[in-house]
Design a protein. Structure first.
Length: 128
């Protein structure tokens, strides 16, 4: 069965982390929201960040709403790996956290205490 509401593409040489991506997506955005998650390398991340945010750094996560109920999230695992220790997380936990962060942006949240609390709640719920 093909699921048209969620897809993952890994464009890196690494393995896709074993995380409950679909369950997290549905908990935050619902079952009907159509989402594409793409794991990308540093070069692609920097290129997207330059094109859409005028920033030359490698991002850890980028989220793009495409329609009211459709969006894309790009995560750069190499960047997540580099940041994980700083935040006291494993690479898997960091990627999960970044996924949640991107989903909350797609839900319309901006950085701040409300978003921080939601991130903590979902990280706890999904044992990240």
């Amino acid at each position: 069965m093909v699921d048209e509401t969620f897809s993952i593409r890994n464009m890196t040489k690494g393995k896709t982390p074993h995380l409950p991506f679909r369950d997290i997506k549905e908990a935050i955005l619902g079952k009907k929201y159509s989402l594409s998650l793409v794991l990308i390398g540093s070069q692609r991340g920097r290129s997207l960040n330059e094109k859409f945010r005028n920033k030359t750094t490698v991002p850890n996560v980028l989220s793009f709403p495409l329609e009211t109920t459709e969006g894309e999230i790009f995560i750069t695992p190499v960047r997540a790996r580099a940041q994980a220790k700083k935040f006291g997380k494993t690479e898997r936990q960091m990627i999960g956290y970044l996924f949640i962060h991107g989903l909350l942006h797609l839900k319309g949240m901006d950085h701040g205490s409300t978003m921080d609390k939601a991130e903590q709640r979902f990280c706890t719920q999904f044992q990240l």
